[in-house]
Design a protein around this ligand. Structure first.
Ligand SMILES: C[S@@+](CC[C@H](N)C(=O)[O-])C[C@H]1O[C@@H](n2cnc3c(N)ncnc32)[C@H](O)[C@@H]1O
Length: 249
């Protein structure tokens, strides 16, 4: 795990300044446009009896949707301010939340000891964590999965970076919610496409399925169309698991 540094501080200040209202954060699209469209991709692979960890849950928009489908859902995030947002937005406590550095193997082991094997949902975290934490982060996920869990991960594709740069350099400046991301020193889209499967393989995880699905944002182009970022998803699990009719890898 890297020494707590710029990314930790950037995330803390980002979430401290983020408004609590629905859709106020650039990537925070409603679950009907996000997790609901991803469920068919991962549901055939997830053992529905296992708890689900939303890894890097942010303000918990997708966590709450997952908690409507699975008995036990735990949202974890590096940022204490993000966890505060998530708890406030879930007054009935349909999910649980923990401040958690996913790159800390000891913390992952403690959570695994408490909850047993879990499935993991991760949206847009690998490309937005401390670069030195990328490998430990996926190792942390492998600990949470144990033998039976599977991970669904969706990350920005390299093609998203050009789109983001174009938006950042627009004559009138970037769309305000994207501007807030850059203003906090966060630099989305830095992970090369070909590196992502390698992080999972290095953690001993086997790729079971994968494909492309855009990440819908809450901002719009001048022509009124929603800004969508090219993204890639995958499902992976511990080495020798059976495949339920795999697709698209
Ligand atoms: C782009 S946001 C995505 C939030 C959420 N997954 C969503 O789709 O709305 C990335 C999140 O990852 C969290 N994060 C970054 N590094 C992390 C780490 N090492 N452990 C846990 N969370 C981390 C950040 O605090 C941030 O909330």
């Amino acid at each position: 795990m890297s020494v707590p540094g710029t990314y930790t501080q950037a995330w803390e200040s980002f979430w401290r300044d983020a408004p609590p209202s629905d859709g106020a954060v650039f990537w925070d699209a409603d679950a009907s446009l996000t997790a609901a469209l991803q469920v068919p991709l991962f549901e055939p692979y997830f053992d529905a009896g296992l708890p689900v960890v939303d890894f890097g849950c942010g303000n918990g928009t997708q966590t709450r949707y997952l908690a409507e489908r699975y008995d036990r859902v735990v949202g974890v995030d590096l940022s204490a301010a993000a966890i505060e947002h998530a708890r406030r937005a879930d007054p009935h406590g349909i999910a649980e939340y923990q401040q958690f550095n996913g790159a800390d193997a000891a913390v992952a082991r403690r959570l695994h000891a408490e909850m047993g094997d879990a499935n993991v949902y991760m949206r847009g975290v690998l490309h937005q964590c401390e670069p030195a934490d990328r490998e430990p982060l996926i190792e942390g996920i492998a600990i949470l999965l144990g033998e039976r869990g599977r991970v669904f991960a969706v990350e920005l594709a390299a093609a998203a970076k050009g789109l983001l740069l174009g938006l950042a350099q627009a004559p009138g400046g970037p769309p305000p919610k994207l501007g807030a991301v850059f203003a906090h020193g966060l630099t989305p889209g830095e992970v090369a496409d070909e590196d992502v499967p390698g992080y999972f393989a290095a953690a001993g995880l086997e790729l079971l399925a994968g494909g492309e699905q855009p990440l819908r944002t809450t901002e719009f182009h001048p022509d009124g169309t929603r800004i969508e970022l090219p993204s890639k998803w995958l499902v992976a699990g511990a080495g020798d698991q059976a495949r339920p009719g795999s697709t698209e890898v």
